[in-house]
Structure formats: C-alpha cells, structure tokens
Design a binder for this molecule. Structure first.
Ligand SMILES: [Zn+2]
Length: 149
C-alpha cells in the first residue's frame, strides 16, 4: 500500500487502456505500490482515463472487481484464454457471420467452419483435409469414365 496522503499520479503512457490500468500497481522486488487503494482512487483513475463513474460513486466492491480485472490482465491464465474464445463465439454467433457457418460437405466429416470466401460457396472444412480428397476422387472418376469404351 501507498503511504497515506501521497498524491496519486496515474501513468497513461503504456499505449493501451488495459495496460495503463495494470500500471496502477507497481510490483518491484522489495516494494509494492498500490495506486488503487480506495474507491476514491479508483474514481480518480476512471476520471483520468475518461471513463464514466456511476452516479452513486464507486464502492469497495467496485474496487475489488477492478483489482480482479487488473490481475487477470497482468497475469493471463486459463480463464483469460477461455474468455477470448467466448468473446469470439459471441461475435460469431450474434453477428452477421452466423449465416456463413457451414458443415463440411465431405462424407464422414462434420467439421464446422466459417465461410470467408467472397462467393460464400465454400464446401469443405479445409482443402488439405477434405477438399483435395474429393478433388482426387472426382479426377479418378473422370479418368475412369474417359477410358471406358
Ligand atoms: Zn471436412
């Protein structure tokens, strides 16, 4: 914790909002300085960052939530990785891309994929896994048909 009465100066030079937020705690080998020691200090950081503050002011719970978020940003873990996947799913399933989610046309393959092709007519999960197999089978069929009398 900081010494009582110390002025809070928030560094906004990290180049991103979340990294500026991580910089509100300074972990040095033998000294830790917490710049968000009170809800009022969190309010100050919000104001410095240009973020809105709830009309009733911030609470101790808001401070705990903020520190939890900060720790998640500073120390990515499994939950952070899973949240990225969840965010991608929300973006995909709740947006216009939903109509471009397809199942592979190859027999025995039910892999889902997002059709990013300009025509919107992609048929296989991947050319390497299924597309080339189908193309090779079609080629063999055409060659066999030509060689028949
Ligand atoms: Zn496939």
């Amino acid at each position: 914790m900081r010494e009582a009465g110390a002025m809070t100066e928030f560094d906004r030079s990290a180049g991103s909002l979340c990294l500026d937020f991580v910089a509100t705690v300074r972990d040095w080998p033998e000294r830790r300085i917490e710049l968000l020691g009170t809800p009022a200090e969190l309010t100050g950081w919000f104001e410095t960052a240009g973020l809105p503050v709830a009309a009733g002011g911030l609470t101790e719970q808001d401070l705990l939530d903020a520190r939890t978020l900060r720790a998640a940003v500073a120390e990515p873990d499994t939950a952070a990785a899973l949240s990225v996947i969840a965010r991608d799913a929300i973006n995909l399933l709740a947006g216009p891309a939903l109509g471009r989610i397809r199942a592979c046309d190859s027999d025995g393959c039910a892999t889902l994929f997002y059709d990013r092709s300009p025509s919107g007519r992609r048929r296989w999960c991947s050319m390497r896994r299924c597309g080339e197999k189908i193309a090779a089978a079609n080629y063999r069929r055409r060659v066999a048909a030509r060689s028949r009398p």
